[in-house]
Write a protein that binds this ligand. Structure first.
Ligand code: SAH
Ligand code: SF4
Length: 393
């Protein structure tokens, strides 16, 4: 099992193509390739990311055929007769998205940050953290490995808010990756000038992962001193206007956050028209002012996933690494069974991974990337999920 299935182009309407995966149809936007009916492509996040020769696609599809239908059957069985909240959410996920589940890689290229968010281990004031920065060459090489060797078709490049990566350097990184490798590139670099984001879009980046953290203005301004919630929200709206796919969401279980706040968080995230919801539990870090805060329960996170699915059945919802950290054994499985339909795998080079300590003891830092991929692919087979694209919205 690989984490993308090639599809056949069966219709082209200007830059929107219809792609067929064993009889299932999905739309995708094609900006980069000359396509005709019958071509085979990989799509991610509703974008065509690679055109592949027919003679390469057919054996891959043949290898997939039997498994593809078997997976659908497993997923259908698992979603029959829903009883509790989680099962109802999972049933809706199946109705709206079938068994599609997307897998993105995430690479953390710098843990320097000029901000001091009270909840985060990368905060500037955490003098005990060993800091690292990858240079352009290292980032491009690590992406090459993730895309060519590990087969990822979508990658998130994440960092603290680190201004050593200025406009020129960021554009250079994005351009070099986009010129060399087939990938949907998603950036998660914090609040930057909108003009920089426009240039990064031009260079080929197509997604931004940026959470608003909490819809409660008082909490936002307490935990992110000197920052304004409205500025963050306006930035997210501007990014959408540029054309970016926006991955956004919030932290679950921040001290003082109420159940009502979480409902408002879900509503605010939806109003920002996200490509994908990204919300996860807040996990206290020992070197931060919130070190003694209680750890939220797994149930609270699963309930938030399930409620989001029930409120907005068409959503795409990510299982975050923080949920997998909260319950190392079962977090990913439980998230996927409560309405989520996307996963991320950490592809940060092993020598840096443990220093990207947003919160302690992160899931996946102590095993190799290849082992992690194996575990996730086994889980997806067990749950009957297939890596077909979720399509263009
Ligand atoms: N610096 C960028 C991107 C990296 S931080 C930014 O802030 O947007 C990525 C995410 O980590 C943040 O959006 C926040 O929601 C999450 N995070 C920070 N501290 C955390 C903690 N203690 N537990 C769980 N998630 C945390
Ligand atoms: Fe920096 Fe992001 Fe952590 Fe805030 S959440 S301290 S901006 S890395």
């Amino acid at each position: 099992m690989c984490y993308a299935i090639p599809g056949k182009v069966i219709d082209i309407d200007r830059d929107i193509v219809t792609i067929e995966y064993f009889g299932e149809k999905r739309k995708a936007k094609n900006e980069f390739f000359k396509l005709t009916d019958g071509d085979y492509v990989y799509a991610q996040g509703g974008f065509v990311v690679q055109k592949i020769p027919t003679k390469e696609a057919l054996p891959i599809l043949e290898a997939w055929r039997e498994l593809f239908f078997k997976l659908k059957e497993i997923d259908q069985k698992l979603t029959q007769n829903p009883k509790n909240l989680y099962e109802k959410a999972n049933n809706l996920r199946q109705k709206y998205h079938g068994n599609s589940c997307c897998i993105h890689g995430i690479m953390e290229f710098s843990n320097y940050c000029c901000n001091d968010c009270l909840y985060c281990g990368l905060r500037h004031s955490n003098a005990q953290l060993k800091r690292y920065r990858m240079d352009t060459e290292e980032i491009v090489k690590a992406c090459e490995y993730a895309i060519k060797e590990l087969n990822f078709k979508a990658l998130v490049l994440q960092s603290g808010e680190d201004y050593r990566y200025d406009e020129k350097r960021l554009v250079d990184v994005v351009r070099r990756i986009m010129e060399s490798f087939p990938v949907l590139l998603i950036l998660s670099i914090g609040e930057r000038d909108i003009e920089i984001y426009k240039k990064l879009y031009k260079a080929g980046a197509r997604g931004i992962l940026i959470r608003f953290e909490t819809s409660n203005q008082r909490l936002y301004e307490e935990y992110r001193r000197g920052k304004k919630l409205l500025n963050r929200i306006n930035l997210i709206k501007e990014l959408r206007k540029i054309g970016y796919l926006v991955f956004t969401g919030f932290l679950i279980g921040l001290p003082q956050q109420t159940e009502e706040d979480i409902l408002k968080d879900i509503e605010l995230a939806y109003s920002l028209e996200p490509e994908m919801f990204s919300f996860g539990p807040f996990i206290p870090h020992p070197n931060t002012p919130l070190k003694d805060a209680p750890v939220p329960s797994v149930d609270l996170v699963l309930t938030t996933i399930a409620k989001t699915r029930l409120m907005y059945p068409e959503s795409r919802i990510l299982v975050t690494t923080a949920l997998e950290t909260l319950d190392k054994e079962n977090g990913a499985r439980l998230g996927l069974l409560s309405g989520a339909n996307s996963l991320m795998i950490n592809v940060t080079p092993e020598k840096y991974r443990r220093f990207y300590e947003i919160y302690p003891d992160r899931s996946g830092i102590d095993i190799t990337i290849k082992d992690r991929i194996k575990i996730i692919l086994n889980l997806l087979q067990f749950l009957g999920r297939a890596p077909t694209d979720l399509g263009y919205r």
